[in-house]
Design a protein around this ligand. Structure first.
Ligand code: GDP
Ligand code: MG
Length: 296
């Protein structure tokens, strides 16, 4: 008897910066979600599709869940919680290097309201040796069907976790064709990679005030892809920081972004970047809509 085909949806949740996007990229073997050491990097729901001979798992990377501080923050939390009602399994990513904290408790309380099986994933345990006291703090955090200790960065412990995930999927046909890895368009990914480059090359003040809109994305003769994008910030001072002396900072950002876009798209790219000030865009539903965030 051939094994029945299994397929389902898995949400990856957890507070900001615990390694959700890193985990997704590792499972998929390629970058679909941007990663940064700064919190609140992922703003949209990104699906990553993992296919095996007799199973398909559709992962949903969510924005980190945290107590909302402004409208964008509220929207991010809502996006994360909404995505939970549609899934077969929830992966709750935690930082296994330290005991459970208030941020984890906040997520755990939200999860307790969603009636879905939850797997606790203690990430960033690069040695795979978890402190018993730390483990205990997580076991007490809320209901769960199992606990895994992994290092998403180094790919340790990921295979056994993936095996359990597949086993927990219901029987059913695939949702996507086997060669699809993400539902994100190349255009959106390019915009995200520009944002990642900005996050990496700026410090404290700028990162959260940044949004990127891709204005043009077209194939040109000679196989080059022409991309023009606008980086939005909230204040003139931030614009100054991003542009740098004689445009040096923007040049660096552009070079880094172009490299990572070329790697992701596997072809050469001509990238043109503009910087614009859109005052208080994070607080205004209208500008959030303009930038493509879901606001309702
Ligand atoms: P997210 O906000 O939950 O999506 O977190 P990211 O995937 O963007 O990762 C946040 C930071 O944690 C990045 O600097 C990652 O390189 C780092 N990170 C993620 N997973 C691991 C891990 O397994 N070990 C270590 N040491 N760092 C990790
Ligand atoms: Mg992320």
């Amino acid at each position: 008897m051939p094994k029945a085909y299994r397929s389902g949806f898995v949400a990856i949740v957890g507070r900001p910066n615990v390694g959700k996007s890193t985990f997704l990229n590792k499972v998929l073997g390629q970058k679909v979600a941007i990663v940064s050491s700064k919190a609140q990097t992922t703003r949209h729901r990104i699906k990553g599709i993992h296919s095996e001979d007799d199973a398909q798992v559709v992962f949903v990377d969510t924005p980190g869940i945290h107590k909302p501080l402004h409208l964008l923050g509220e929207q991010l939390v809502k996006t994360a919680v909404d995505s939970l009602s549609e899934v077969d399994l929830i992966l709750f990513l935690l930082d296994g290097r330290t005991s459970a904290g208030r941020g984890d408790k906040y997520v755990a309380d939200l999860l307790s309201k969603v009636n879905k099986p939850v797997v606790f994933v203690l990430n960033k345990v690069d040695s795979l040796k978890v402190d018993p006291e730390v483990l205990q703090s997580y076991e007490a955090l809320g209901e769960h069907v199992s606990v895994h200790v992994i290092s998403a960065l180094y790919g340790k412990g990921v295979q056994p976790l993936l095996k359990e995930i597949v086993e927990r999927m219901p029987e059913g046909p695939p949702f996507y064709s086997e060669d699809e890895v993400t539902d994100q368009s190349e255009r959106d990914l390019a915009g995200e990679l520009v944002r990642e480059a900005v996050l990496r090359q700026t410090s404290e003040e700028v990162p959260h005030a940044v949004a990127v809109r891709v204005d043009e994305f077209k194939e040109r003769d000679g196989g080059k892809t022409f991309i023009q994008a606008t980086i939005f910030v909230e204040r003139d001072s931030q614009k100054g920081i991003l542009i740098g002396e004689k445009g040096s900072k923007l040049k660096e950002i552009g070079a880094a972004a172009r490299q990572s876009i070329e790697k992701a798209l596997d072809r050469s790219v001509y990238l043109e970047l503009w910087v614009k000030v859109l005052p208080n865009w994070r607080k205004q539903a209208k500008s959030l809509k303009q930038l493509g965030y879901v606001v309702d």
